[in-house]
Ligand binder design. Sequence first.
Ligand SMILES: C=C(O[C@@H]1C=C(C(=O)O)C=C[C@H]1O)C(=O)O
Ligand SMILES: NC(=O)CC[C@H](N)C(=O)O
Length: 859
Amino acid sequence: MQQGQLPRKRILFLDAYDSFSNNITSLLQTLLHVEVSVLHIDSPLLFPSGIGSTPDEEVKSRFVKELARYDAVVCGPGPGNPGNERDVGIMRFVWGLEEENILPVLGICLGFQSLVGSCQGGQVKRLRRGLHGMVRTIIHRLDTAEPVKGDIFAGVNEFKATLYHSLCGDVGQEAIDQQKWEELRWQPFDGCPELMPLAWVEEQREDGEGFEAGTERILMAVKHRIKPFWGVQYHPESVCTEEEGNKIIVNWFNEALQWNQERKRTSLVDGHNLAEAAIKPSLLSQLTPGEEPRASGQWWEKFESDPVLHTVSVPLPRGIQVPDIVEAVDPDASERIILDSANAAPATSNADVRGRYSIIAAGIDEALRLEYHTGDDYATTRLKSVGGMAVNLSQQVPIARYGSIWTLIAAFQDARHVDVEGPETTPFIGGFMGYVTYEQGLMDIGIHFDHPRPHHRPDVCLSWITKSIVVDHLAGMIHIQHLRSSGSEEDTWLEKTTGKLLALQNTQRRSSFNSKKDAQLPQSPQKRRPSRSTSIQTPLTKEYEDKVRICQEYIAAGESYELCLTDQTTITRPLSDNQPLSPSNHPLSPTSQRKHRRLSSSSTTISPPPSSWSLFKLLRTRQPAPFASYLRLGPATLVSASPERFLTYDRKGKCSMRPMKGTVRKSETVSTLAQAEKILHVPKEEAENLMIVDLVRHDLHGICGAGNVTVRDLLKVEEYQSVFQMITVVEGELPSEGGYCGLDALAASLPPGSMTGAPKKRSCEILREVEEGKERGLYSGVVGYHCASGRGDWSVTIRSLFRWDDEVLVGGEEEGEERREVWRIGAGGAVTILSTADGEREEMFTKLAGPLRVFGEAC
Ligand SMILES: C=C(O[C@@H]1C=C(C(=O)O)C=C[C@H]1O)C(=O)O
Ligand SMILES: NC(=O)CC[C@H](N)C(=O)O
């Protein structure tokens, strides 16, 4: 604080686990220039024995002491019903504070409903149909001769705001006669005399499905007649709420300060401080000072330190594809990571979005690997070989020394940070590459497993790649890069690899492994007979549709605004890749005992089915995608045709996310962008996207801080190989002080919001139940890199197939005790209150079709 400046006013935000909370704290800070602290509604600091078990008196006395520090309180939105203690927690004590402890409060959505429900006669009921992501004109007293004291809408022009609710305040409005409505709607109602209505939405219900057609009167804002309490039902912080609405927040705070002044109420500077800052501390700042975690002298801590980049660039030969380069350079590698802009060449795609670079990891056997099984208190570092000699080192690293797996990853990279001066020629020079599962994301948002997991697979699997090949499809160049410790001996990899790539120019489309099988890849897929048996178990139509309806019931009850429901298809077939398998393979799992649809069978053994690499090559030509990838890493194999970027960040801390929501399949009737736009620019689809946009803004605000997140390209329709997708670009700027890096944004945003729905935490809990506890695994997780330069890029793992090495079934008599591998394809879509069960089922099957087809074509 500068001398002479008044201390900032302070607001306490009560966070009910909404996915929009950080947008509100950002709005408050930027509009009101206040300091905002955040307290979760069930904070253990208030409820040491948990909600429901801590005596009210104990909670209240702590809370009152905390409240004394603030000038005002904002009760936030959230899932659930204000009638449930678990949903509102500490909020319910705010409205009943004793006279001497009372302070000004603004309730937003759930907070507003909690206020209405706390007043005499006020109730909360279900809307005739939920309004999530819907933008409506807020009706308030525009011109009034007699201003009403405390009307925070005074002087505000008409504006539109976003709604996210299934429930609404009931003050007896439906009982008012239509003739008298215009006049009476601004007076307290007999049934709820303490509240003065300040705003309404009058919703035309036309379809009359399950409810009366006609106008539904939805209470949008109130003020308490005696106490300094206000509330709004709409979401002032949404990107689609018009700026005019900001005046209401300013008016509220002026009223709040005036109330404090009249009462001579001042806030205490010292005293209790249970709340947290509105921005998360950076990962690196959480490393305990003094206990320098890098200093323990373990082999892996010294690994590849002090790196220097060596690069050779050669032209990309015409007609050469990423797989050709992989096959030419590293034909025998047992592990691979390839991030492939498979639709980069105009010849292969007429898509709007083309990746520019493809990144190929080399020498993974000699790369240090960091693995973490979610829930463990240690991570494992592994190193297979050094200088061509097997060493098979592995060590468990206690997570407690760092704080979390993310802090360990951040510390490891930070110790090997390479400053790139000037403009970059490649996005990646070396660093971590790998995957993170959906289940790690769940853990990151505080959802724990109810029972022990039946496997011990890594949920985070990242290799520290020092040898890489970056293909720049636009510039037509290949960059061969080696990030070598400054003191290490020169090796010949750069030279050899350059030689191999130059040779490619002369021998176009050479293929040094799997060549026979590749030659067999079908020109005309339908004609090809599968060589070995493959069984496919897709989700059942009726079950999936039932699940859509269950999701909608949760939404109608106010538990969620949007749920990204998914299901898995399993494909089993004889083992293909020649990979080491653990001897204690899983017994026949329940899935395998269910009836599998036999794609085809042939009793005589001919040859193993096409390898995962062949599947990848097929998928990337059938469905070229900007974020395609192929991973053979640890026990996982992934073949992905993802069109969706999750998060990218540059080395200066600029982050960009690209949530996708709204999908339409290409067909004869929908073949042009204009046709797709017509279908996708409708309230249902736009609302689906908007909800995730606001959620992603919240995720980024939590790490970038107030005012540092913007939205670009809102609701843009893009063309892909087989679908049109609606996307939005959300950008954020990481704070330049405090040790923030891109990993902070990654760790704060998992699991990807486009795969969960909103609000994220409650929606994930519901989805786990509806999806019958099935792990999503790699699907719904992310794949990408965190470069030594601090840059990063991660895609959402969708439109993909994956398998685990340890998931092997031993067939029955029919299969001759054959060992079979299990592939999984996840697919799904966002369910909202406007979804139809068959529409959602069709969307899921559309997304499944592309990845599934490769088995039919390649087997
Ligand atoms: C769930 C999937 O896709 C997600 C859901 C989308 C939607 O609901 O429109 C679009 C893209 C993805 O974020 C999937 O591909 O399986
Ligand atoms: N956004 C919210 O706070 C929603 C409140 C409540 N759960 C509802 O759906 O109505």
